[in-house]
Design a protein around this ligand. Structure first.
Ligand code: SPQ
Length: 439
């Protein structure tokens, strides 16, 4: 019988001290993927040892790649080369991880063997046509269910050709899937995005010595090259740091320094949005680490005000909205989010689930088709459902810092997909959150 995990977060408290959150999830996935198809030995440090990145690692092990570790975030990948992956004998189960599934659709479309990708109930509901449709245009043979969801069956031995594709939605996962397929395609693959999205794939390909051209909103590569092994130091994940950036902003008397955080400009929308709301966040000691900008972030509590969130910041903060809605609930006045319909197709429908949870805690949160209107108020006590979504679970734990009574959060086991040790770290910094296990 599997154990269920709930959280009970006690009201009040302040966040103080210094902390290092775990490694960046997006970069960790990509380190395994590119390290596995590179020539030579890639050494990785700072790897995120959480379920999502470990699902990617497990998939490459099933395809014959030898990896030592990870131990304390250190891992050695013995690259199999562009054409060295082996046919997996069983379906590749990617758990809860959309990034693993979508990026692998691209990479596996170019292999000489067949493969099947599966996931948990949440991943099996998420839309996959956004990757399978352009991959078919590149010559891939790839099947989904009639609803366009997993399981996904990819037929190997297809000859791929490059395409020139404009993304209909701003998505780093679709862009990355097409670039990974493009490595195996004849000719050039170009992807143009309607708004900037995280560019870790492009940066890391360059780090592995693979030439690519970036012109404005378009990135282009030529198939048939090779990747050369390298050393990678994964920064800590700004999407995990975000919980504490909001927590320390809303809890009076807080002062926190978060160390070695990735501040790639395609990920820092959360800092910009919080600053527009009046937060005090300082970026200290900015430096480059392995092709990615990194800094220490100092945050001190400040009263927040409601804002209209600029739509251009939405893709740059896409995973931070659950906790940004908590910031909005603590702000003076109304916060309005538009242009964020993508939130409805994440691990849960993050608009509806957050509106329901905030509503249960007495906050006026009105969901709209592509966003939410949140009126700041007094957060009450109550029970909320995370729907198995890691970011919802952590967001409501943070909300307790300003609640009038305890907040009980259902179904929090998936916090381990992105942030192992969240409750321990939160307690050390001053948030009193307990884990309750039951059958
Ligand atoms: O991997 P998964 O499940 O899709 O994870 C999420 C998250 O909240 O951790 C989204 F639910 O992050 C995505 C992010 O939303 C990770 C990602 C990436 O690494 O390329 C890109 C974003 O998704 P998208 O659909 O906008 O490309």
């Amino acid at each position: 019988m599997t154990m269920k995990i709930d959280y009970v977060a006690a009201p009040g408290g302040a966040l103080r001290g210094r902390a290092r959150v775990p490694g960046d999830k997006s970069i960790s996935h990509r380190s395994v993927m590119l390290g596995s198809i590179a020539e030579g030995v890639t050494r990785v440090s700072g790897f995120l040892e959480a379920e999502d990145a470990l699902a990617t690692l497990g998939a490459f092990r099933q395809m014959g790649v030898t990896v030592e570790g990870p131990v304390d975030g250190r891992m050695t990948i013995h690259g199999a080369g562009m054409h060295g992956l082996k046919a997996p004998s069983e379906p590749l189960n990617l758990g809860n991880s959309g990034t693993s599934m979508r990026l692998l659709c691209g990479l596996l479309s170019g292999q000489p063997f067949d493969s099947v990708l599966t996931g948990d109930a949440s991943l099996s509901r998420r839309p996959m046509r956004r990757v399978t449709e352009p991959l078919r245009r590149m010559g891939a043979t790839i099947e989904t269910t009639a609803e366009g969801t997993a399981p996904i069956r990819i037929f190997g031995k297809q000859s791929l050709h490059g395409i020139d594709y404009r993304l209909p939605v701003a998505s780093a996962q679709v862009k990355s899937a097409l670039l990974l397929a493009g490595l195996y395609a004849q000719g050039e693959t170009s992807v143009e995005e309607p708004a900037p999205t995280r560019d870790h794939t492009e940066r890391m390909l360059a780090g592995f010595g693979y030439p690519l051209r970036r012109e404005g909103s378009r990135v282009t590569l030529q198939g048939g090259g090779k990747l050369t092994a390298t050393e990678l130091d994964v920064p800590t994940d700004i999407s995990s740091a975000a919980f504490f950036l909001v927590g320390a902003s809303i809890a009076p008397d807080s002062e926190l320094v978060l160390e070695h955080v990735g501040i790639n400009p395609t990920r820092t929308g959360v800092i910009d949005i919080l600053r527009l709301m009046g937060a005090k966040i300082e970026v200290l000691d900015s430096r480059m680490v392995g092709g990615e900008p990194v800094a220490d972030l100092k945050v001190v509590s400040r009263p927040l005000r409601g804002i209209q969130i600029p739509e251009k910041l939405v893709p740059l903060a896409i995973d931070e909205f659950p906790v940004l809605f908590v910031a909005a609930a603590c702000a003076e006045g109304e916060t309005v989010l538009t242009g964020a319909a993508e939130l409805r197709v994440k691990e849960s429908d993050r608009i509806q689930v957050m509106a329901d949870g905030l509503g249960a805690l007495g906050i006026d949160a009105c969901p709209t088709p592509d966003g939410m209107i949140v009126r700041g108020g007094r957060i009450g006590s109550g029970r909320v459902a995370s729907h198995g979504d890691h970011r919802i679970a952590m967001a409501f734990a943070i909300a307790a810092l300003r609640a009038s009574g305890p907040i009980e959060i259902d179904d929090c086991a998936n916090v381990n997909t992105s942030f192992p040790g969240f409750t321990e770290l939160a307690r050390r910094l001053g948030l009193n959150v307990e884990v309750v296990r039951h059958a």
